[in-house]
Design a protein around this ligand. Sequence first.
Ligand code: ATP
Length: 239
Amino acid sequence: MPLIECKDLVVRYGEIEALHGLSIAVEAGEVVTLLGGNGAGKSTTLRSISGLAKPAAGDILFEGQSILGLGPEEIVRRGIAHVPEGRRVFPGLSARENIMLGASNRKGLSKAQIQREADEMFDLFADIRPFADALGWTLSGGQQQMVAVARGLMAQPKLLLLDEPSLGLAPVIVQKVFAIIGQIRERGTTVLLVEQNARMGLSVADRGYVLETGRLVLTGNPAELWANEDIRAAYLGGH
Ligand code: ATP
């Protein structure tokens, strides 16, 4: 049984049909990357899983049970954390406070315990440790991305959804963010990742799905995807 399975998902925004019956599945322990151009439906897929977009048809099974129609908070409680595109770090809270917010789905934890866990996040995100007390608005884009991912991990998710973690970041910072994704995978957390940067996106992935205007066009492991010339030219940015 896959950890998460989307079956024949149809999502519409008014007149626009963003997903036309998409089916994908991710097994526990896998890192899977969704690739495709602008408007392919990648973000919509993540938003559907986390309860932010409401599918008009199809089903979403998490650990074999339908989560369709559940609210975003209940979905986090079941074990799915979503780090949306654009990071959304609270500007007036410190890095540590932003990270601590990620535990709000976990009942019965003391503030001291949450603080301890947030501090442990700085082992994984060592680059932002010196900025633990810095306010969100003072952090660079890369630091904000690390805070956003750390906040997602504080939910102790079984499935982490990451939307475009490399967006707007300098290449050296992108490398760091992806190194962290590699470590998250080693901890055994399942990751479904949206990434425009195909080379980076596939470098950490077990498998990829290529979407085009709301449809699945190809799936395979990274080597298989790179081997497909048409796909390489059209979606993976050439060589
Ligand atoms: P991008 O990388 O540009 O975000 P994407 O593959 O993530 O691309 P989606 O954001 O899922 O694509 O968008 C799929 C389609 O749905 C596009 O045609 C987009 O314009 C449309 N769309 C997405 N969000 C909305 C919305 N809130 N209202 C109307 N249309 C939307």
